[in-house]
Design a protein around this ligand. Structure first.
Ligand SMILES: Nc1ncnc2c1ncn2[C@@H]1O[C@H](COP(=O)(O)OP(=O)(O)OP(=O)(O)O)[C@@H](O)[C@H]1O
Ligand SMILES: [Mg+2]
Length: 608
């Protein structure tokens, strides 16, 4: 249960509700027992079995409370029958039964009413926390993990935990109390019979515990499969065009069905195991009852030490004790399942972020001199992607990174923004190692235009606000103007407030690029990191995007991963990369004269 215990920490803010739930449950259990006991006087009237007691009984201490209660009951029944008749007495006894049952259920509802706040509160806080962590985790985390897995953890796993939170309080409070009260009532009715019952109850307990053993492992498997299954759905929706365009429906269908088939198998096993618990405990229960019937029956018939109505109520109580016992066994499964889910959720929460801020980081809100990469080496997995690279980017310069695909250009952008950290060497901004800077300050100094335009399912306005939440409408229009996007945005059906669809899919490629440029412009940072899209645009959009980029880079320090000769030509420094190393650098004309790799790239028009 160790995972579950860490989750309980999330219940702290709702402790008040837990107490209210416990108090209500105490009354629930009390009236639950009294409800059965209250049947006794009614049966007494019915069976005309009330001993005539004419003198009001006196209380003689706790030891004889059983006898005293019976005498009091007999006294009142005798009185009622004497003065008002049997039917009148019966009516009153029935009212008594109804009232206790009513109170029982009222308190049952109250208990659930309060616990709801706790359960849903934990659900809310846990989700918020996992979401916070999901965003905090480094980019690298998600190239390893499937997104669907994270989705499963934040949705169904947390839901599972929420479900089992009810169980844990039932397990700890409600049902044990119910059992205790019932046992007290049983002892009061017949101590002899109760001791006899006690020999059998632990036996059934063991049988139930045995079934529960492998449940945690099994439910862990089911939850994991849930993650895989969501991953497939997520990928499918993301790649729908390719799946349809390549007629790959069947492939994906097969992959999906393989997952649902595994899910089918695992959850069948889990549910079979679960469903076994109920019939077994019920059957064991009825065995105990049968033995009771035989033993208690002979007490009624032969020894005459037990009144028949007392025996009936006793049987009711004995059966009643099975309900909480069953509930406990069910709740313990549920807690086990919750524990497996908690493990998966905590795994996310406790994942160490490897992009960490040091204690007392340097706070720096301006960029004054230069960014310097010194002998950096970096790898994602096995092979070095950047190998001993050094580069100085002075303030105000535009540096263009060119080179074949896979030479490590985007990787440089990933390192500058600290999505990843270098393995060796260092990157310094105005002499401060970026690992010693506040991450928020570092990223605050940079504007980012990624290789694929990343837009959100929101309005144009909303998408731009990501860069500057307090921006005015005028500022947004200005940014759109710089990015050559104002015209098309104002032409949209609802202008700035038009929703651009999932990932901006209602826009063209060039429009998307210009919006992501506008977003960076709105932020107005001193440093621009631009990973130019490789996708070719038609000449008109190409010109618009090109123009937007140029305007954006004016008076700024820019690192451009460029694929267009036009961008590259204007750079102050062109850095030619190959296999993670700088092979040439200089200005356009110098490099052309050198007749090296750059010359070749220009000649072949290949800046991929
Ligand atoms: N998340 C990742 N995990 C593992 N390897 C990666 C990852 N991202 C990139 N790589 C590898 O790192 C190398 C450099 O990739 P990078 O994206 O920096 O290339 P690039 O120069 O930007 O290429 P392109 O011009 O095609 O965008 C490639 O060989 C690629 O396989
Ligand atoms: Mg790239």
């Amino acid at each position: 249960m160790k995972y579950f215990r860490s989750i309980i920490h999330f219940a702290k803010p709702y402790l008040g509700y837990a107490w209210l739930n416990i108090i209500a449950n105490i009354f629930y259990a009390l009236f639950g027992t009294l409800a059965f006991v209250s049947l006794m006087p009614m049966l007494k009237v019915l069976f005309q079995n009330a001993t005539k007691v004419t003198v009001k009984p006196v209380y003689e201490g706790l030891g004889s409370i059983g006898q005293y209660s019976e005498d009091v009951m007999n006294y009142y029944i005798s009185q009622q029958i004497e003065t008002q008749g049997e039917i009148y007495a019966l009516t009153w006894m029935i009212v008594l039964v109804i009232s206790t049952f009513l109170l029982k259920n009222l308190f049952g509802y109250t208990a659930l009413y309060f616990i709801t706040f706790l359960r849903n509160g934990v659900l809310k806080d846990l989700r918020n926390e996992v979401y916070r962590k999901t965003v905090a985790l480094p980019i690298s985390y998600y190239s390893e993990k499937r997104k669907g897995d994270t989705l499963a953890r934040i949705s169904s796993d947390i839901l599972e935990i929420q479900h089992s939170f009810l169980s844990i309080l039932e397990l700890l409070v409600r049902e044990p109390l119910m059992i205790i009260f019932t046992i007290v009532a049983m002892l009061l009715i017949s101590a002899k019979l109760t001791i006899f019952v006690f020999i059998f109850i632990p036996l059934s307990g063991f049988a139930i515990a045995y079934i529960g053993k492998s449940l945690k492992q099994k439910s862990g498997r089911v939850q994991k499969e849930q993650g895989i299954f969501l991953s497939i759905v997520e990928e499918t929706l993301g790649g729908l065009k390719i799946i349809k365009g390549f007629n790959a429906q069947q492939q994906f269908q097969d992959r999906f069905e393989a997952s649902t088939k595994r899910f089918f198998r695992f959850s069948n096993r889990l549910m079979h195991r679960q469903s076994l618990a109920l019939p077994i405990s019920e059957f064991l229960g009825i065995l105990v009852i049968a033995i009771l019937l035989w033993f208690g029956g002979s007490m009624v018939l032969v020894d005459k030490t037990l009144a028949p109505e007392a025996f009936i109520v006793y049987m009711g109580l004995a059966y009643n004790i099975l309900t909480p016992a069953k509930a406990i066994s069910k709740a313990s499964y549920s807690v086990k399942k919750g524990n497996a889910a908690a493990e998966r959720v905590l795994e996310v929460l406790t994942t160490e972020t490897n992009i960490k801020e040091i204690e007392n980081p340097v706070s720096k809100k301006t960029f004054d001199e230069a960014i310097e990469l010194k002998n950096i080496r970096f790898r994602y997995e096995q092979d070095w992607v950047l190998n001993n690279m050094s580069l100085k980017i002075a303030k105000g310069q535009t540096v263009a990174l060119v080179g074949q695909s896979g030479s490590g250009k985007s990787t440089v952008a990933n390192l500058l923004t600290r999505f990843y950290d270098v393995a060796e060497g260092s990157i310094a901004l105005d002499g401060h190692d970026i690992r010693h800077m506040r991450i928020q300050d570092l990223r605050g100094l940079m504007g980012l235009v990624t290789q694929d335009s990343i837009l959100f399912n929101d309005t144009v306005y909303g998408n731009l606000l990501v860069a500057k939440p307090e921006a005015t409408e005028q500022e947004i229009l200005d940014a759109l103007e710089v990015a050559n996007a104002k015209e098309f945005v104002l032409d949209l059906p609802e202008g700035l407030h038009t929703n651009i669809g999932d990932g901006g899919n209602k826009l063209s490629g060039g429009q998307k690029q210009r919006l992501s440029i506008a977003r960076a412009v709105l932020k107005n940072p001193p440093i621009m990191i631009l990973d130019e899209a490789t996708s070719a645009l038609d000449t008109e959009s190409e010109r618009l995007v090109q123009d937007a980029l140029e305007k954006m880079m004016q008076n700024r320090t820019s690192v451009v991963i460029a694929h267009r000769l036009s961008t590259i030509q204007k750079a102050d420094l062109i850095v030619v990369m190959s296999k993670g190393q700088i092979v040439e650098q200089g200005k356009h004309e110098e490099l052309l004269e050198a007749q090296g790799i750059y010359h070749n790239l220009v000649r072949m028009q290949s800046f991929q």
